[in-house]
Design a protein around this ligand. Structure first.
Ligand code: SAM
Length: 202
């Protein structure tokens, strides 16, 4: 794959999961272009390159319990479900979560648990199911939410876009066995805002 994705498992998962079923019919012809596309509700399906890069940064070997914040279309969720043991994915917009569930079921990806966090006051994440070996946030945050690093297991990885509401940097945060956090800055990116406490206001 172009632009430096080298994890063979990630490339194979990207080749295996059909992206066209996750986009709206009107955009089906563009489903295999390397760009984000509208999915309704003012949200987007992520650019395939960004999905591959974020997944590679999680360093999954197939044994992990993964948390995803921002199910959106369910496309990134499907890639994660192919590469990890279990995926817990939270979405705040009900119609998107319901459509994603149908797409994931049609691919028989039954190792995905979906949760609808549409209560404005609900905390980000899935505290009842923590800790997670890997956490991916597919929406941009003003800073790294402590509520999410608290849900990381020792050795766990968090991948999250952090910055302003219009431009972010992709960060990989690793929690070592002593519970200390190490930060690695990857590429610049542009995601829709992460909404909620420790995110942006709706
Ligand atoms: N990765 C997804 C895909 O490939 O379709 C794209 C996700 S879209 C860029 C970001 C999603 O995050 C939106 O669907 C938005 O509703 C959701 N979101 C924003 N804040 C959230 C929160 N606090 N909890 C759960 N989902 C949230």
């Amino acid at each position: 794959m172009a632009r430096g994705i080298s994890d063979r498992r990630v490339i194979d998962a990207m080749l295996k999961i059909p992206r066209h079923i996750f986009v709206q019919e009107a955009f089906a012809a563009q489903a295999y272009s390397d760009s984000p596309l509208p999915i309704g509700e003012k949200q987007t399906i992520s650019q395939p390159y960004m999905v591959a890069l974020m997944t590679e940064l999680l360093s999954l070997d197939g044994s992990e319990k993964v948390l995803e914040i921002g199910t959106g279309s369910g496309y990134q969720t499907a890639i994660l479900a192919t590469l990890a043991d279990r995926v817990y994915s939270a979405e705040r917009i009900r119609p998107l979560a319901l459509r994603a569930r149908k797409c994931l079921d049609s691919l028989k990806l039954f190792n995905v648990m979906l949760r609808i966090n549409d209560n404005e006051g609900s905390p980000i994440g899935w505290e009842d199911e923590a800790p997670f070996d890997a956490i991916i946030v597919t929406a941009g945050a003003p800073d790294v939410p402590a509520i999410l690093t608290d849900q990381l297991a020792p050795g766990g990885r968090l991948v999250i876009p952090v910055g302003s509401d219009s431009e972010q940097q992709l960060l990989k945060i690793t929690k070592n066995d002593q519970g200390e956090l190490e930060r690695f800055a990857s590429v610049g990116c542009r995601f829709v805002p992460l909404i909620g406490r420790q995110g942006w206001q709706a």
